[in-house]
Design a protein. Structure first.
Length: 260
């Protein structure tokens, strides 16, 4: 026999057990697009306590829609191995160009990341950061519904040794830092430089080059990299996103290992 209150208790108890276990993290990833998912997958697989905070209901960012709602994506040779690793089949279109079903990509990356040990909190927004001695030490979170409703409800906090801003074009975490912290970002202007127009070839290379520390304790991944440091967007070519997530994980893991 099913009893409704028991069902409710099960959800509440298990959720808050999960949340309580992730109030202190090795790495916090903000944004659940392809770069964030690959970053979370790699860090969790390496044994680091990692959680992702995604403001939307679904995980996967812009990957679901492919290009203009045609649910296919393109990846290049360098990034195909990441999709191979998680079991996403690719088809060669022309030499150096591979296509994959975007729904399969997004759902598989999400599944494999969670199975590797990444904990995902969806419908949770990051509205601020915690800063100690000019270094980000954690996140300030609230329900997305509170944000959407414009309600005056105080947030809660998560402590994290490192944060990865994978919020895409919006570059939300670094923009909060630029606006509220009395210190400069590691950009040429000290501010968020901003995203330029679409140029796939240059954008793909710059995405990887700009995957780096933007402020003490905060790394960029995915399209957030070019929005932060000032370069082009690339459209529905997702190789740079995957490689950026991998690189961000490697950089954070290197720091975490050095501090043990």
């Amino acid at each position: 026999m099913l009893e409704e209150i028991t069902i409710t208790k099960a959800i509440i108890n298990r959720y808050f057990e999960k949340l309580n276990e992730h109030l202190e993290l090795d790495a916090a990833i903000v944004g659940g697009g392809p770069a964030g998912l690959v970053c979370g997958y790699k860090l969790a697989k390496a044994g680091f306590k990692t959680a992702m905070f995604e403001r939307k209901l679904s995980i996967g960012g812009g990957m679901w829609g492919g290009g203009m709602m045609m649910n296919e994506i393109v990846v290049q040779d360098e990034a195909k191995r990441i999709l191979d690793e998680v079991g996403v089949a690719c088809r060669q279109f022309e030499p150096g160009y591979y296509t994959a079903d975007s729904v399969l990509c997004a759902s598989t990356l999400c599944s494999e990341a969670v199975k590797a040990g990444l904990t995902i909190f969806n419908l949770v927004s990051v509205e601020d950061v915690m800063v100690r001695e000019q270094r980000v030490t954690g996140l300030v979170i609230n329900w997305t519904a509170v944000e959407m409703g414009g309600l005056h409800v105080d947030p809660l906090t998560i402590r994290s040794r490192y944060t990865v801003d994978a919020t895409g074009h919006a570059a939300e975490v670094v923009r909060v830092i630029a606006r509220k912290v009395d210190a400069e970002l590691f950009t040429r202007t000290g501010e968020v430089v901003g995203e330029r127009s679409l140029w796939a070839e240059v954008a793909e290379h710059h995405t990887l080059a700009n995957t780096r520390e933007a402020f003490p304790g905060v790394f960029t991944a995915g399209m957030c990299c070019n929005a932060t440091f000032g370069s082009y967007r690339m459209g529905p070519v997702f190789g740079g996103m995957l490689l950026s997530g991998e690189k961000a994980a490697e950089l954070v893991a290197e720091r975490l290992r050095a501090q043990k």
